[in-house]
Ligand binder design. Structure first.
Ligand SMILES: [Zn+2]
Length: 578
């Protein structure tokens, strides 16, 4: 892999990104408008120190290779080629290693998927979850749904018996390594309902695991692996692509269950973004099959917000958009189960994007008060301004005048006075992105990575090390291991114990805290850290309590029930202490 190091040595991240994006110096780092999503205030940060570029708006970025992959919409091997050309590094004819690792990951995922399917058959209670949600046996088989048992090593043992190499299992991310100090591994997905994710060529590239019963996080997903880059994959495209071509339209949904229910109900051209907002790469991918896209997100506020964002992103591409409105407040999945006729009708009658905006305006604002009318205008006029022709604008202005009982002439004046294209969905979505983007566990890690000396305080403060948020679990376990061994934490050590991929997250999270709290005094920092610890403790205890409650309800064995009740009481005691 010394070719990669050679390329790295010849081009800095700031130089590479600077050739795509205009960057301005901001302290130790540089800032610019994100090349992956449309924005007006820069949230794209380039750190020459850390060697990464990262967007804190849409959560995409990485080192020079990852950045090239994303911005050029290519896989890793192709990104290496592009960069080799740019920097004049000569590559060997073939780079078999990378392609190999991808194939190995797919093979391991295939075996794991069969294992999860078998476990589902052996656990009727878990299968009932799917059956109770209205799925048929046939559907469960088609989508290869499964169950990851409540165990740290069943899958690991199964794969090891089949002689898969420990290192390959880690690369495929079906198991996690505790740390470099403690090389033991454990199953990544435990006690979860499993949805295998396939690429459009039908290769199993990743998994999403849904929690059994209540609790957070509801879904955990495979991280990026040699086979999986989440911004490049559309869930169910492997099953939907023929139907999309035939019907010449694709329906974009939010959740796995939505898509599966839709397929079962005959809407076989549905796909889902994989637990992310729609990405430009996904838009490019779908255009191989159709130029017509219908968004069908949840009926709640977050779903509407996702629709605004998706429309905004897609409008700059050459695609035709429309929207399916699921009856108020309902997920598509729920609607399909309860009222298949209403679903069918909604699918056959998608509304235009402008109808969607008008509809939202009447729901959001009062159309009869002066204040409300002004809000409607502020909201709708920018969209009308973007209409393709004056005739179209005329139709909408007329409609608006009826809605507000206002003279169309006045509205035309307002429209002309409106300064060029200015969309209102944008500030809203940026704000939403900001507040929901990082979990508390990640912020806390960020503080550790930018100020390792505070770790002892955190070690003392966290009541439950496991379960924390599963995506950050490894980090906490590794930190704990180092701390127990050396009774101190230093940045160099931290980097040493993490895998390559995790190291990137260490950098990103450190950068997050550096950026968001640039001039924090030590006192303010400790206050923030303590607040995070308190909130994490509260959440973990609450989740554990729910999980134990659920187990008590399921348990048939009196002895087991008794020990669960004891556990439950301990948790209650801890909850009272914080
Ligand atoms: Zn972005």
């Amino acid at each position: 892999m010394d070719h990669l190091e050679e390329i790295r040595g010849r081009i800095g991240i700031e130089e590479l990104v600077g050739s795509y994006v205009q960057l301005k110096k901001a302290g130790k780092s540089l800032k610019g408008l994100c090349p992956f999503h449309s924005e007006k205030t820069p949230s794209f940060i380039v750190s020459p120190d850390k060697g990464i570029a990262w967007c804190f708006g849409c959560h995409q970025g990485g080192d020079i290779f990852k950045f090239t992959q994303l911005v050029e919409n290519v896989n890793f091997a192709e990104a290496v080629k592009i960069l080799a050309q740019k920097t004049g590094v000569k590559l060997p004819e073939r780079m078999p290693l990378i392609a190999n690792q991808r194939l190995k990951t797919i093979e391991i995922n295939e075996v794991a998927s069969q294992f999860y399917q078998k476990k589902l058959e052996e656990n009727p209670k878990m299968k009932d979850y799917f059956l109770n949600r209205g799925l048929t046996n046939e559907t469960i088989q088609k989508f290869r749904l499964g169950y990851a048992p409540d165990s740290f090593d069943q899958l690991k043992n199964h794969l090891t018996e089949k002689h898969y190499d420990r290192k390959d299992l880690i690369e495929a991310a079906v198991v996690s390594q505790r740390s470099i100090a403690d090389q033991s591994t454990y199953d990544r997905f435990r006690n979860r309902l499993m949805f295998p994710i396939f690429d459009h060529q039908d290769n199993p590239v990743a998994f999403s695991g849904r929690i059994v019963g209540q609790g957070e996080p509801k879904y955990i997903n495979s991280p990026e692996t040699p086979a999986y880059s989440k911004s490049l994959i559309l869930y169910a495209l492997n099953w939907a692509k023929e139907s999309i071509k035939q019907k010449n339209v694709a329906i974009f949904m939010e959740g796995y269950m939505d898509v599966i229910a839709a397929h079962q109900a005959g809407t076989t051209n549905a796909v889902a973004t994989c637990g992310t907002a729609l990405t430009p790469q996904q838009l490019k991918l779908i255009q191989r099959y159709t130029k017509n896209i219908i968004f069908c997100f949840d009926g709640d506020g977050a779903g509407k917000e996702a629709t605004f964002r998706a429309i905004e992103l897609a409008q700059s591409s050459d695609v035709n958009l429309s929207v399916i409105q699921v009856p108020e407040g309902k997920d598509p999945d729920e609607c399909i189960q309860k009222n298949p006729a209403a679903w069918q009708k909604a699918v056959e009658n998608p509304i235009s994007v402008m109808d969607f905006y008008f509809d939202q305006a009447t729901k959001k604002f009062e159309t009869q008060t002066v204040q409300g009318k002004k809000q409607v205008l502020d909201f709708l006029l920018p969209f009308i301004k973007t209409a393709k022709s004056e005739m179209e604008q005329n139709i909408y202005i007329h409609r608006l005048s009826l809605m507000l009982q206002t003279d169309p002439k006045l509205l035309w004046n307002d429209l002309r006075n409106l300064k060029s294209h200015k969309s209102h969905a944008q500030p809203v979505s940026e704000a939403t992105i900001k507040t929901h983007s990082f979990t508390r566990e990640e912020y806390l890690l960020g503080f550790i990575f930018s100020h390792p000396e505070i770790y002892p305080e955190i070690d003392k403060g966290l009541i439950l090390t496991i379960p924390v948020d599963p995506d950050t679990e490894r980090f906490y376990i590794a930190l704990k291991t180092v701390y127990t061994r050396t009774s101190s934490i230093e940045l160099a050590q931290i980097k040493e114990v993490f895998t390559e991929e995790d190291r990137e997250r260490v950098e990103v999270l450190g950068l997050l805290v550096d950026e968001e709290y640039p001039d924090f005094s030590e006192e303010n920092r400790m206050r923030e850290v303590k607040k995070l610890i308190r909130e994490i403790n509260r959440k973990n205890l609450f989740n554990t309590q729910k999980e134990v409650e659920y187990k008590i309800r399921l348990s048939q064995d009196p002895a087991e029930k008794k020990s669960l009740l004891n556990h439950y009481n301990e948790i209650l005691k801890l909850t009272l202490k914080i």
